[in-house]
Ligand binder design. Structure first.
Ligand code: SF4
Length: 636
């Protein structure tokens, strides 16, 4: 690895942005060693380490088929379009790499062909988009909707023509050989590296569990980038869920299938209309307030007492569709698919409303126009140990935020991971010089009624010093909106508020508006990259403890307590520490970045656990004095 990453090594001659980074070399050596010794590895590597090449090169050299799993589709694309071509050019000309995404990212050729010439499009926009998609279908090699820049993110049309497995007849489809999904699977079968995202990875792992077939081909090792997210993603895919959207989708697909295949089944059509009404009746029975709430057996009993009729009628509606579709004389595979889906939804609903399996937490959520019912595993460590860490002898987890106070105990315990190579790599940035951590002394406790007033004044003072150019990050929407209103009257900088435009639009506005300030919550705490002066300050109002009343958090806390453990120290504090590291990680993205970090929650200074937060952060220069903050900014 030294011959590649070291000074005077191969990279120094071939990579335009090369600079020697000791941590990058060490990371590559650790991963190379993990491959050689067939071990798992946990590596915390900060921004600026050059992580991607440090794991890609050892992965290629291992000679094994390696799956690389990233947090988002855009990170996948970055790897595939930027790093892979570089490696192919200079290191491994024969390297075969496949990019895999969820099926709903791809076009279903069969649906497009069936829709042609049928009066199923709504409005001029859909007619225009469909015609462009039809032309594109003939030219595209991947069928990936990312190529369709004209199509809005929330396009209803796309939902009707994507390649979801729900509506796919697979080998029985006349387009199977030509299908974009078949092409993606073939490329993956031949690939040395397969680039996926965590959602696809765990969707596959959960299906393998059921022995139902799989999405990914056989592979020998896995590297997770942004690995701090995998507990949440795994929890989703090893859980069970039904939503109002799922029922709407089923009804819509049933209608569309019957229409496109010209199956005359007036009784089924009536039953589908009824199903839609029954689904609305059932989901309307849930409380109207937004948020996520427990739906454990005791709450469910109360719900069923009041709404037994709505539930039974929905279950019967699903059953009726299964029976009526089965009774049709001509049954194309698409129709059998719909009947199977109706049966699946009925079984999932029965599980969510009637099961009392103890290792799940049951909850419902109202979000926007949707209602979600779910059962999430309280603990995924056993599942991951059995399905992942015991199955593959090299699993590498890396991210800028894995360790708490220099240790990986928290993550290992949550994920069921043992006996690994572990390393927190030194940072490549000079945090003492580049960042100043401001901990105001005089603010009241965050739980005190006067905190919002004082916090808003403090935010305004900081913004005056940094001339805006700040992220103000909050742990709840209510606090975010409240602070926004209070600060708005005090400063003249352009203020942006999460929720007033899509995330990507807000981020773009922030980058291009001089002196902008963004007020945001959790979704901006991670995966956001604004290098340079435009982001010179990150203000966090409270230590980011997960909301204790959230059903999943509450169930995990309860389970630890029942086990005689200290849930606060072992779960809530470490979770919040990692979240804080993520949030602060937005500020310094390159060696030339400088700026202020502020945490207005004085518990970090007063409480014993505050020390764990401070020990987990990089070695920032710290001050309690606003004058020092002003002097630091003057030097910028
Ligand atoms: S195989 Fe499935 S996804 Fe592919 S074109 Fe046919 S129906 Fe669509």
């Amino acid at each position: 690895m030294a011959d590649i990453f070291g000074p005077g090594g191969v990279l120094s001659k071939r990579h335009p942005g090369y600079e020697f980074r000791r941590s990058q070399l060490e990371m590559a050596e650790l991963i190379d060693n993990a491959f050689l010794k067939h071990q798992h590895a946990l590596i915390e590597a900060g921004t600026g380490t050059g992580k991607t090449l440090a794991y890609l090169i050892p992965a290629i050299q291992s000679g094994r088929r390696v799956v690389i799993s990233t947090a988002t589709k855009s990170l996948q694309e970055q790897l595939f379009n930027k790093d892979v071509p570089f490696l192919q050019k200079y290191f491994a000309p024969d390297l075969k790499v496949a990019l895999m995404k969820g099926r709903n990212n791809f076009l279903c050729r069969q649906k497009v062909h069936l829709m042609e010439g049928q009066p199923v499009l709504k409005g001029m926009d859909e007619i225009d988009w469909f015609s462009q998609i039809r032309d594109w279908e003939k030219l595209t090699e991947t069928g990936d909707r990312a190529e369709l820049t004209f199509l809005p993110d929330d396009s209803e049309l796309w939902n009707r023509i994507d390649a979801r497995s729900d509506t796919c007849t697979s080998q029985k489809c006349p387009e199977f050989a030509n299908c974009f999904i078949t092409g993606m699977h073939q490329r993956a079968q031949e690939a040395d590296l397969i680039i996926v995202n965590h959602h696809l990875f765990f969707a596959d792992l959960a299906i393998r569990q059921d022995d139902f077939g799989s999405i990914l081909p056989e592979y020998a090792a896995v590297i997770f980038d942004e690995a701090h997210e995998i507990e949440d993603v795994a929890s989703d895919y090893f859980g069970r869920a039904v939503s109002s959207y799922k029922l709407d989708e089923l009804a819509r697909d049933a209608e569309q299938t019957l229409r496109l295949l010209q199956v005359s089944a007036p009784t089924v059509r009536r039953s589908v209309t009824q199903l839609r009404e029954r689904a609305h009746g059932f989901f309307d029975a849930f409380p109207a307030r937004e948020g996520r709430y427990p739906f454990e057996p005791s709450e469910r009993a109360g719900f069923l007492e009041q709404n037994r009729e709505a539930y039974d009628s929905l279950a019967m509606g699903l059953k009726r569709i299964e029976i009526e579709l089965a009774a049709l004389t001509a049954k194309p595979d698409e129709v059998i698919n719909i009947a199977r889906r109706a049966a699946d939804v009925r079984r999932e609903l029965a599980f969510l409303l009637e099961s009392d399996e103890h290792n799940y937490v049951y909850w419902f959520e109202r979000r926007g126009k949707g209602v979600f019912l779910a059962a999430t595993p309280i603990d995924v460590s056993e599942i991951l140990r059995e399905k992942l860490f015991d199955q593959f002898d090299t699993v590498v987890l890396t991210s800028a935020t894995l360790a708490v106070a220099g240790h990986f105990d928290f993550l290992k315990q949550r994920l069921g991971l043992q006996a690994v190579t572990e390393r927190v790599l030194p940072h490549e940035f000079d945090f003492r010089e580049q960042a100043l951590l401001y901990l105001p002394e005089a603010l009241p406790d965050v739980r005190h009624a006067s905190f919002p007033t004082h916090a808003a004044e403090e935010i305004a003072r900081l913004l005056e010093i940094t001339e805006g150019r700040a992220f103000c990050l909050f742990t709840s929407y209510v606090q975010m909106r409240d602070a926004f209103e209070r600060v708005r009257s005090k400063v003249g900088f352009p203020l942006l508020l999460q929720g007033t435009a899509p995330r990507s639009v807000l981020l773009e506005r922030f980058k291009t508006t001089p002196n902008a300030v963004l007020f945001a919550t959790a979704s901006f705490w991670q995966g956001v990259d604004v290098p340079g002066e435009q982001l010179s300050c990150v203000i966090i109002d409270r230590l980011p403890f997960a909301v204790p009343s959230d059903p999943i958090v509450a169930a995990r806390v309860r389970a630890l307590k029942e086990d005689g453990r200290d849930a606060f120290a072992e779960y809530q504090v470490p979770e919040a520490v990692l979240a804080l590291k993520q949030g602060f990680g937005r500020l310094i993205r390159s060696r030339s970045d400088r700026g202020i970090l502020a945490i207005l929650d004085t518990r970090i200074q007063r409480m014993r656990y505050g020390k764990i937060f401070l020990e987990s952060l990089p070695d920032y220069t710290t001050t309690q004095d606003l004058a020092v903050v002003a002097r630091f900014m003057e030097k910028s």
